[in-house]
Design a protein around this ligand. Structure first.
Ligand SMILES: Cc1cc2nc3c(=O)[nH]c(=O)nc-3n(C[C@H](O)[C@H](O)[C@H](O)COP(=O)(O)O)c2cc1C
Length: 339
């Protein structure tokens, strides 16, 4: 029976355990979108701490696709070398590393050419977006492709397409934010069209042997929004274009309060896993190693993402292995005396 310390293989990527660092924006670059020393130190610490897979924070595929003026980017060739340094460093400490490719759409807080499927405001802190033209859609799809090429050149092990939390792709997927009358709006088959095209374009640059993931918001906390069943249907419609794993989150599409509790998203992940037959990364407010282990042991999820808990405690994997009495986990040789 698998547990959180069991290896996991997807395509040519082998993870030494089931713990994934959730993508988390650090807003610590500048207008260049380049990797800074902070990023190397931050991600390396989690690599040293035993995390199997690190997913680098939402990284903008276009300058106007940033959330803030401090986002990381892969919208320009000049950004590749900084990312390569980050990848090489994290690899030195035994972790695998992916990047989350993202476009903020209407949740771009810089105010610079804010675009979305429909001209609908998120809340008063943001600008009302301009409805995207066919040309804008083509540019965004191509930008995902070019960023995937740069991610390949930087040596990443994994790409995750950010289709969650109400950012651009999610704005297309959701009936709450997509009122288009063309073939990118309307029924679910049309609303998922941009995601399908992005996956197709990314796969032209991203080798088939390397895993590609999509992060989804499995529930939108509004009865008129996508349900977990809708999101499962969308995954089923796009998976054959080269998706290998689904990272299951929720919310962010509309400005509403979420009643979150430890494990609040696990059932969404398990439902998607069952309905799509795809491996899933699940999490949300998890910090307890028994709880994380239960999810994997009961096959309710394949990989566990930890976000804030890894900000508090980068050594979660090492500490949990010690608490659970698992001897097989390899500690960094410098830290062996603390095992
Ligand atoms: C500081 C911070 C930044 C985040 N940035 C991102 C992001 O870039 N991409 C993303 O998909 N989710 C982002 N999230 C959501 C996390 O990936 C995760 O889903 C969420 O925090 C719930 O997991 P947790 O309770 O373990 O933190 C962010 C969360 C935090 C706390």
């Amino acid at each position: 029976m698998a547990d959180i310390f069991t290896e996991f293989k997807v395509k040519d990527l082998t993870l030494k355990n089931r713990i994934v660092m959730a993508p988390m924006c650090m807003y610590s670059s500048d207008d260049s979108g380049n990797v800074k020393d902070f990023h190397v130190c931050h991600y390396n610490t989690r690599a040293i701490g035993g995390t199997a897979l690190i997913i680098v924070e939402a990284t903008a595929v276009e300058k106007r696709g940033r959330i803030s003026g401090n986002d990381l980017g892969l919208w320009d060739d000049s950004q590749t070398s900084g990312m390569k340094r980050l990848v090489d460093e994290v690899h030195r400490y035994g972790a695998k590393i992916g990047v989350q490719l993202a476009h903020a759409g209407r949740k771009n807080e810089t105010g610079e050419d804010v675009i979305a499927p429909s001209p609908l405001l998120f809340n008063f802190k943001y600008s009302t977006p301009r409805e995207m033209t066919q040309e804008d859609i083509d540019v965004v799809i191509e930008s995902f492709g070019q960023s995937a090429r740069r991610a390949r050149e930087a040596g990443f092990d994994f790409i995750e397409i950010h289709g969650a939390h109400g950012y651009l792709i999610n704005q297309f997927l959701s009936p709450l934010t997509n009122e288009r009358k063309d073939n990118f709006g309307g029924g679910i088959g049309n609303r998922r069209r941009i995601l399908k095209k992005i996956i197709n374009r990314v796969r032209l640059e991203w080798p088939m042997e390397k895993p590609l993931g999509v992060r989804v918001s499995a529930y939108e906390y509004d009865a008129s929004g996508n349900s977990t069943e809708d999101i499962s249907m969308i995954v089923n419609m796009v998976k054959d274009y080269g998706v290998d794993i689904v990272n299951v989150s929720s919310g962010g599409v509309i400005d509403t309060k979420i009643d979150a509790f430890p494990g609040y998203q696990i059932a969404y992940g398990t439902e998607i896993k069952k309905k799509t037959n795809m491996p899933v990364i699940v999490g949300g407010l998890l910090e307890n190693h028994h709880m994380a282990n239960e999810i994997v042991r009961n096959n309710r999820g394949d990989l566990i993402f930890l976000g804030r808990e890894l900000l508090r405690n980068p050594y979660w994997v090492l500490q949990s292995s010690r608490k659970l009495g698992i001897d097989s986990v390899e500690w960094p040789k410098q830290y062996e005396r603390s095992k």
